[in-house]
Design a protein around this ligand. Structure first.
Ligand code: UD1
Length: 421
């Protein structure tokens, strides 16, 4: 087991280059199943979830090759024999594995995919994924913890209105429809930038995809795909995390490798909190702010404030003057960092899906426990501003989604290290 030790109260300065997006890479890797032509993917973040997805693809039969040094994945599926079975052992740690269901079914007419394991932040069912795939003609049964899906004559384009907005379901259905016969319309789809990155990738492969409006996509399936070379977009959650780190502990912290227009909502919230920012097209510099103001936010699907930054902004709210509020609208159980932050001296109360943060409070280092990916990083942020030493247990959550977090923080002068125990 490993833990992170953060000695707080160090002033951060320097430059942080943001890595490629984990949440954009996962569906693009899944979409590679559709093609037998060469696929090159650059700027891949080398995080645990991406490696698990690459293991899953290898297990299924994909000709995926990983160049760690160049952060490049090359996939060549020509003449490969695929298995169409995604086992529990590879889906239990990473729910996004279920995105291989759509492409396996579309390409091979059948798939057996484990239901993803339980998840700390909420029940996270897959009914919307299955709803969309059924509309494309799939016959689906659930038995012994597995989804058995079949479409003997292949999937066929359809008009689909998703019952509620889901990132993963939108991705699964887009990928499946890309290889289906005919035209698909998906209404009420998610429109996260990672989904735009996926549709850009599929367009380069030769699929005709049109965003008709913010929540409607038209896809004309194509089974004669082209080779593709694609560069992953930046990780907007990593970017937001470092901007918040700069707001908490920075003197002058520059965050590069981003597209600031994608972070519009987050930057607006930070400006309203009085954070001193210089915003350029591809970088943001965060300066020390004398007074941080309280604010109320709701987490929402894009372009709203992301649930994946909720835990991090809560730490900034602890330093804000006055009462801040967060309403978590996406997941039912995503305040698990709150008791840990309170153990460090925060005053946060939870009422259902609302948390009320009374600031400003001084934080004291403590022994804390990470419970999920974003909760873990919020504890690192708290450690950066806490007195003395904070040790964060169960770091494997962090490694699922942050590339070289300690290395990047150390480069900006944080005192952080990893211990084996
Ligand atoms: C993705 C992101 C995750 C982010 C989340 C919301 C990836 C790999 N993960 O997760 O980091 O926190 O979007 O922005 O991109 N739901 C159902 N039935 C379904 C599917 C979802 O009820 O079939 C519910 C979920 O329980 C949740 C809500 O819909 O309450 C949104 O979930 P969804 O957008 O699907 O999240 P993920 O794709 O799992």
């Amino acid at each position: 087991m490993q833990k992170l030790i953060v000695k707080g109260k160090k002033i951060l300065s320097g430059t942080v280059k943001i890595s490629g997006s984990k949440n954009a890479t996962l569906p693009i890797l899944a979409a590679s199943i559709l093609s037998e032509k060469k696929i090159e993917i650059n700027n891949v973040p080398l995080v645990k979830d991406v490696m698990t997805m690459s293991e899953l693809l290898k297990h299924i039969g994909s000709g995926i090759k990983v160049n760690l040094k160049k952060k490049k994945f090359i996939i060549n599926n020509k003449k490969r024999k695929f298995k169409t079975v995604a086992p529990y052992s590879l889906l239990k740690t990473m729910r996004a594995g279920v995105i291989v269901l759509g492409p396996l079914l579309s390409k091979f007419g059948k798939a057996k995919v484990s239901l993803p394991g339980g998840c700390a932040i909420g029940s996270r069912p897959v009914d919307i994924h299955l709803f969309g795939l059924k509309k494309l003609g799939a016959r689906i049964k659930i038995k012994n913890g597995y989804i058995f899906a079949e479409a003997k004559k292949g999937l066929v384009g359809a008009k689909i209105t998703l019952p509620s907005i889901s990132v993963g379901a939108t991705e699964n259905v887009i990928i499946a429809a890309s290889y289906a016969k005919g035209t698909t319309y998906i209404n009420n789809c998610a429109c996260e930038p990672e989904i735009k990155n996926l549709t850009d990738f599929l367009k380069k492969m030769g699929v005709k995809i049109f965003w008709m409006n913010k929540r409607k996509i038209k896809i004309i399936g194509n089974q004669n795909l082209k080779p593709v070379n694609h560069t992953m977009m930046f990780d907007r959650i990593e970017a937001g995390t470092f901007i918040i780190a700069g707001a908490l502990a920075g003197r002058r912290l520059k965050i590069t490798g981003i597209e600031s227009k994608i972070l519009k909502k987050e930057l607006t919230v930070l400006k309203k909190m009085g954070i001193n920012l210089k915003i350029r097209k591809n970088e943001v510099t965060v300066f020390h702010s004398n007074k941080i103001k309280s604010i109320s936010i709701n987490t929402e699907p894009y372009p709203g404030f992301p649930t994946d930054l909720q835990a991090q902004i809560m730490v900034l709210m602890i330093k804000a003057n006055g009462v801040s509020k967060i309403r978590e609208n996406i997941f039912e159980n995503r305040f698990m960092h709150v008791p840990e932050l309170n153990r460090m001296g925060a005053k946060i109360k939870i009422k259902g899906n609302l948390s009320v943060i009374d600031g400003p409070q001084e934080l004291n280092g403590a022994e804390v426990m990470a419970t999920d990916l974003r909760a873990s990083v919020s504890l690192v942020l708290a450690g950066l501003i806490g007195k003395n030493r904070t040790s964060i247990n169960r770091v494997y959550h962090l490694d699922r989604g942050y590339e070289c977090l300690e290395k990047k923080l150390k480069k900006c002068r944080a005192n952080i290290s990893r211990l084996n125990y």
